[in-house]
Design a protein around this ligand. Sequence first.
Ligand code: C2E
Ligand code: MG
Ligand code: MG
Ligand code: MG
Length: 291
Amino acid sequence: QIAILGILSGSIVSFGLTLFKSNRRTLMYRLKYALKVNDFYSLYQPKIHLKTGKIVGVEALARWDDKELGSVSPDVFIHCAEENQLITMLTKKLIAKNLKQMKPFLNKDPKFSLSINLSVQDLSDQSLLNFVDNHVRKNGINTEQIIFEVTERSAAQNNVLKRATKQFLRKGYKVSLDDFGTGFSNLSWLTTFEPNEIKIDKMFVQSIGTQTVSQIALNGIFQLVGNLNVALVFEGIESVEEIHYIIRHTPNAIGQGWLYSKAINTAELQLLIDQQPYMETSFLEHQKQAR
Ligand code: C2E
Ligand code: MG
Ligand code: MG
Ligand code: MG
């Protein structure tokens, strides 16, 4: 009986593994195909100056709706592209689309910015910066309006990050440290790295009002980064209480979150910007009421 159970559970495990492997292989094949037919696109999530409710820019977030797999989460396909050394090809295709789509918004308002997520692999690819530069110039966009988001991972990768960041900064681009607090954060690293912006991970925003370790850590982060000369962006804002808490500690904070808007297409973004004067007042009213 035990032997049968053993064989049975063994085959279940190996069946599971095969399924896992074949899923991964299917994912890779579909990803290669999607790259070939240029199926990847971005939606844009607004970044809001929390005190006034004004849209200051957008972050491009990659999307993929596959005919066979359905819509695949960026966490899954970005990881798959990284594993198969396809990420920089994907990044370039996305950047070309992003710049073309955001050109009217960027040219119309010189204060409006576009944030683009990069992988560590992108940063060690020497062809990326030239590619970006050509497309930015071709579209007549100011480099200061483009913010590259990078994440800290390990000490070794952070050196690659630091070197590439210097090159981007020299060309006039801005650099943002994404998912702050979840990776390899250390003080001396932060002071030598000198990003223009730090994005506090949504894990900390979600901890507001919970009295957990993350909430205590958030208070530490306010003290730590409050004294640095960087823009602070808070991810994942879902409630007015969170806005209040953040503004109390950082009056000039910028935020992103479903409370204000999910990632949207260019037509929806245009609508949102057209409604701005109304949105700003209603946003402020909304805040006053909640006080
Ligand atoms: P990220 O750059 O930290 O982006 C923030 C994620 O939080 C996005 O998930 C966004 O949709 C989500 N989010 C925004 N507001 C809220 C909120 O109020 N509540 C909650 N629960 N979530 C919120 P998304 O679009 O699924 O992207 C996941 C990650 O995939 C990104 O995290 C980024 O690391 C990566 N990614 C997305 N697009 C690209 C890309 O073009 N290139 C690279 N290299 N990575 C990308
Ligand atoms: Mg990001
Ligand atoms: Mg993030
Ligand atoms: Mg993230």
